[in-house]
Design a protein around this ligand. Structure first.
Ligand code: SAH
Ligand code: SF4
Length: 377
């Protein structure tokens, strides 16, 4: 099985090339795509409208395989979380959040993350490896099967439980660009999941050159994890800011909007008690984003062991939101979902074997935090 190709990670061009290599007509690629992604089929023998000899080639040289599920807890609020074994001692998490009018899947792109934001449990684990495209797509493939795969009527109507995808799980998608792009193309393909660009959101900590690449290659909805109104504080909270400071990030957001499917960028802002949540911070944010059409999504900090940080009180979050709203910025506060199963934002820890840098980070965190806190008051 080792040298078989996992078809879950091939976009339309990739599948077409494979079919050509195996002497098959191009339309076979579209057929395969529909079987795999629309019907959730992994058994080539069941793909009855493919020629028998082609099915035999596929069975020999290809597979449709998702990482094994290690755990599958359900939250009291309907949130589901799957812990997927991606090998080598690493596991990643995928979270499904049902709402009245949509079902949103939050996918991971890396085991761990190298950006190392101060408030993020994924970042605290260090970086193990990039996921491959098939491992990213497998999260959507698996969720659709697990949630509604048993209902042939639903499948026949082409309806799938997941209507929206957000790249807000573990990892920084724009530091795993090639795999993220391939996965996006599959998610948007009408023969696969057929999601519109507005229903797929990439969230980034601010990898400026890759925001520009995404704008050219596949401009889906963009969320940017802002978390601070000035470089001094953001350098501490989101260390990639030292490389791509706020002025560059704002300029990249403006460029992105020329091609984006929505006419705004979503700024995510984790609310940290006494660190970034004062009225003065809100005012400086208003100044910072003056030229960037945007919405704000405030995320009450989700604590995890050893973070040393606290969630802003609800009243503080409300007043902060009001400040932004008064300046004409649409502001929402994210309701915490799935925290009883550690599936809330930033609680996704998975399992990462390479923890070599963890001790260094823990040692560094209190100092960095003291600096950030002092700055804020
Ligand atoms: N790496 C990307 C996407 C994954 S993180 C990014 O940083 O944008 C998804 C969101 O969860 C980001 O906005 C991130 O800042 C936020 N987040 C991380 N840790 C959190 C925590 N402990 N509590 C609340 N939100 C958190
Ligand atoms: Fe990485 Fe995003 Fe966590 Fe920062 S918030 S460490 S970029 S996953």
């Amino acid at each position: 099985m080792n040298d078989t190709v996992n078809l879950l990670g091939l976009d339309a061009d990739g599948l077409a090339r494979l079919c050509a290599d195996w002497g098959q007509k191009p339309f076979r690629a579209r057929q395969l795509m529909r079987w795999i992604h629309q019907r959730g089929e992994h058994d080539f023998a069941a793909m009855t409208d493919l020629a028998k000899d082609f099915r035999a080639i596929l069975a020999q040289r290809a597979s449709v395989s998702a990482p094994p599920v290690l755990a599958d807890p359900a939250s009291a609020d309907g949130t589901r979380k799957w812990l997927l074994d991606v090998g080598g001692g690493n596991a990643v998490e995928t979270v499904f959040i049902p709402e009245a009018d949509r079902g949103t899947l939050c996918v991971s792109t890396q085991a761990g993350c190298a950006v190392n934001c101060l408030f993020c449990s994924t970042g605290k684990q260090g970086f193990a490896r990039n996921l491959q495209a098939h491992e990213i797509v497998a999260q959507l493939w698996h969720a659709n099967r697990a949630l509604g795969g048993g209902d042939p009527a639903l499948r026949a109507r082409g309806e799938r439980p997941v209507s929206n995808v957000v790249f807000m799980g573990m990892g920084e998608p724009l530091q795993n660009y090639a795999a993220t792009l391939a996965a996006l193309r599959i998610m948007l393909d009408d023969d696969a999941y057929g999601l519109s660009r507005r229903r797929v959101t990439v969230s980034t900590s601010g990898v400026v050159p890759m925001i520009d690449r995404l704008r050219e290659d596949c401009p889906v909805a963009l969320a940017v994890s802002l978390h601070a109104p000035d470089d001094a504080l953001r350098d501490e909270l989101v260390p990639i800011n030292r490389k791509y400071p706020l002025a560059e990030l704002m300029a990249a957001c403006r460029r992105y909007l020329e091609r984006a499917p929505r006419d705004f960028v979503t700024f995510e802002y984790v609310m940290l008690d006494g660190v970034n949540d004062s009225d003065r911070h809100a005012q400086r944010l208003v100044d910072l984003v003056r030229d960037v059409p945007c919405k704000f999504n405030l995320i009450p900090f989700n604590p995890f062991a050893g973070s040393g940080l606290r969630r802003s009180p609800a009243e503080r979050v409300r007043q902060f939101a009001q400040r932004l709203a008064q300046a004409g910025i649409v502001t929402t506060t994210r309701r915490t979902r799935g925290d009883d199963i550690d599936a809330a934002c930033g609680q996704l820890a998975g399992e990462v074997r390479d923890r070599t840098r963890l001790s260094e980070r823990v040692a560094r965190a209190p100092r960095a935090l003291a600096g950030a806190g002092a700055e804020a008051r």
